[in-house]
Design a protein around this ligand. Structure first.
Ligand code: SF4
Ligand code: SF4
Length: 275
């Protein structure tokens, strides 16, 4: 059984995965804003030009690095998935981060204040869309009806808006069920070098009625069992895990209050007997 800790862990220690992944997510969102804003890479359809490291170029010149960046991210998803599963979703994808924030807002206010939740989702959808449209156009084009790109840009925005709105409105259900990148990662070869699981010799009997890791899991999984479950379409298991570590943080917090180390962690080998 767990040895008592000589010292109570700090808030940082009981939230280390939350802090680490939010730091990465926020850095990525800042980069997504700053790269086009500082004209390091920016395609500007409204002015029929592009920018590379502050230099004005033709539209085509700017498209090449944008396509290369998209290709890089596609390869990154494939490679990460073959080593550590859906880590891309739990650490890098800004869509997943926005969906997670929405999920938290929904839990807090959604049930009782549906209109307020719809309004918040509307605002976050505009912010989310602006983040991406800023890469391909000067955003002021949406207010200048004399610009030839005014109508095409509004058409593109109005097509994208309901998809983004729905994604954010349903929160993490988007990542669990509908996201094409998530579906791709589940269906293609994947491997989890580290898996969330109970640390031997613990079993679910040691948990009592806690279930805090289940409540913390954004993918609605049972982190104690998924590594040993048969993973089917109707019963999602390890292939749905985004390796976010929220379950481990939750367990660390629970056991820290008893002065003990967590019984849930990321394991390479998961012995069959432990659940
Ligand atoms: S948080 Fe820890 S103690 Fe609680 S149910 Fe999960 S594994 Fe068990
Ligand atoms: S099982 Fe744990 S690591 Fe996996 S998605 Fe759920 S909370 Fe994140």
């Amino acid at each position: 059984m767990a040895e008592a800790l000589s010292q109570q862990p700090s808030w940082w220690q009981t939230h280390k995965f939350t802090i680490a992944r939010n730091t990465v997510y926020i850095s990525i969102v800042i980069a997504l804003i700053l790269i086009p804003e500082l004209k390091i890479i920016k395609v500007d359809i409204a002015h029929n030009e592009s920018w590379l490291f502050g230099e004005r170029r033709s539209l085509i010149d700017g498209l090449i690095p944008v396509i290369a960046a998209l290709g890089f991210f596609a390869i990154l998803v494939i490679v990460i998935n073959m080593i550590q599963g859906r880590l891309f979703c739990g650490l890098i994808c800004p869509g997943g981060w926005f969906a997670e924030i929405q999920e938290k807002i929904k839990r807090k206010i959604g049930k009782h204040h549906k209109l307020a939740y719809i309004f918040i989702t509307f605002i976050s959808t505009i912010a989310f869309a602006a983040l991406f449209f800023n890469w391909v156009t000067d955003l002021r084009v949406f207010f200048y009806y004399t610009n030839p790109s005014f109508i095409p840009m509004w058409v593109a925005f109005l097509v994208a808006f309901p998809i983004f709105f729905w994604e954010l409105y349903i929160g993490k259900r988007w990542c669990r069920t509908f996201c094409p990148t998530g579906i791709y990662q589940k269906l293609t070869p994947h491997f989890y070098y580290y898996k969330p699981a109970l640390i031997p010799p613990y079993t679910t009997k040691d948990c009592g009625t806690c279930r805090e890791c289940l409540k913390a899991c954004p993918m609605a999984l049972d982190p104690r069992k998924i590594a040993l479950m048969e993973d089917t379409i109707n019963r999602p298991g390890l292939s749905s895990c985004i390796v976010c570590g929220e379950c481990v943080d939750a367990c660390t917090d629970v056991w820290a209050k008893k002065g003990k180390p967590p019984i849930l962690g990321f394991l390479h080998e998961v012995p069959v007997r432990q659940v």
